[in-house]
Design a protein around this ligand. Sequence first.
Ligand code: SF4
Length: 505
Amino acid sequence: MRVSKSKFIAGVQCLKRLYFQVHRPEMAAGSSEATEAIMEQGHQVGLVAQKAFPGGVLVAADHEHLDDAVRTTRELVVNAEVPAIFEATFEYGGVLVRTDVLERRSRAGYRLIEVKSATSPKPHYAYDIGIQKRVLSGAGVNLEGTRLMYLNREYVFDGQEYDVSRLFTIDELTREQTISDAQISSRVDQQLRVLGQPTPPDVKSGKQCIEPVLCEFYEHCNPDLPSDHVSLLPRMRTENVDDLLASGIMSVHQIPDDFLLTATQRRAVDAVKSGKMWIGPELTGELTTLRFPICFMDFETIFPALPRFAGMRPYDHVPFQWSVHRQERTGAPMMRYDFLAESASDPRIPFLESLCQAVKAAGSIVVYNQGFEASRLDDLARWLPEHRSEIAEIKARLWDLLAVIRRNVYHPAFGGSFSLKRVAVAILPDMNYDGLGVTDGNQAGAAWGRLVDAATGAEEKTQLKRALLQYCRQDTIALARIVEALRGGVGLTGVPTATVKSETA
Ligand code: SF4
């Protein structure tokens, strides 16, 4: 049996994951558009990294021709004219690896370079590099060193061409980032042994199901829990859940009064036990700080690894859409405003200028998770300093509904989560996210990528535009209606109405 580098890494995360990948691949959740976008992004980063090694030769081969790739690599390794090999392919001891860059350092000596689209080294990269070193050494390659090449978050793109010498950081591995060959060998032996067994290894679900990456068999190993399960309390630590389960306590209803919980968790327990929404004594006071005209605002962004426009750094957010619902005074109709960039050109100026118009002279600007919108406004102020004062004005008016809810509200149906979707559906029984073409931020980013792609047909573009507008509007109408429901719940007069009367696109 032959294991690839990616399977070896999967096996380091979880032996059962490796077993399923090899023997039960049909059980894996299908890869989403967002996952595919991340993979494509990694591929693009790899291609740009290759520019740092002029004259390098690519070993092009698909998965069905890896033996050809091994043969081609062998020829290139002994060719002293070749300064670097991309995707060099080696096999040794039942493991096959393809290396990002193999840079010639002397006539017969090479440096192995692993390219990552991250902006800092991660502990699990040690296995990634360790397995390659083992295979290359076993295959007879004289390795004079190994390096990690990753994106430099401080690099600022000039909008013309990437300066690869500054876009990337190339680091030597520290001792902590290095795994001994003996450890790698023992992992390989263990993995090959497990793969030879007739049944999957008995591995309990745990942190490894989501770290370092979300396992594609997550739903298989982690079926839906009952809504009163002890793990569905806010920020519940794994050790606390394990303690309760070990005592035979699975339901929140059984948690003893003296079990150590945070104040938020205790409120959640009380809400679940009583079946009623908990409302804190400060809620009324906080809601009375809202000032008309009230705007309910939401941004959508993508954050590409490779900076897209001048002034941007790796992973800076490109703001491509906003939605605002605005109400001038108590009882007035809700006005709807939108912006959606429909081409691949730089959207920052039209995004900001249209936003400034929509929220002009606003009182409170209600957002959900203020840190996100505030950071995007800071980015815009950095890129467009001529708009600094308008941006500061908007920032000063932000009013964070998430923070207010965290402090003052818990509904039994929150299930431990304060996400806007969970809160909206719990508080507003008729709120429904079914049937939306886009249902989360990742999907929105992927949909926008297709919307601005010249290769996308007109009909699909129309559908994508409609889905994106619906999705972002749904979030701002949810903000308005949650505020309305909370104000009504505490008996505040002059409840704003969330009825949308007209729109401006
Ligand atoms: S979901 Fe968790 S336990 Fe199951 S295979 Fe994946 S990592 Fe292993």
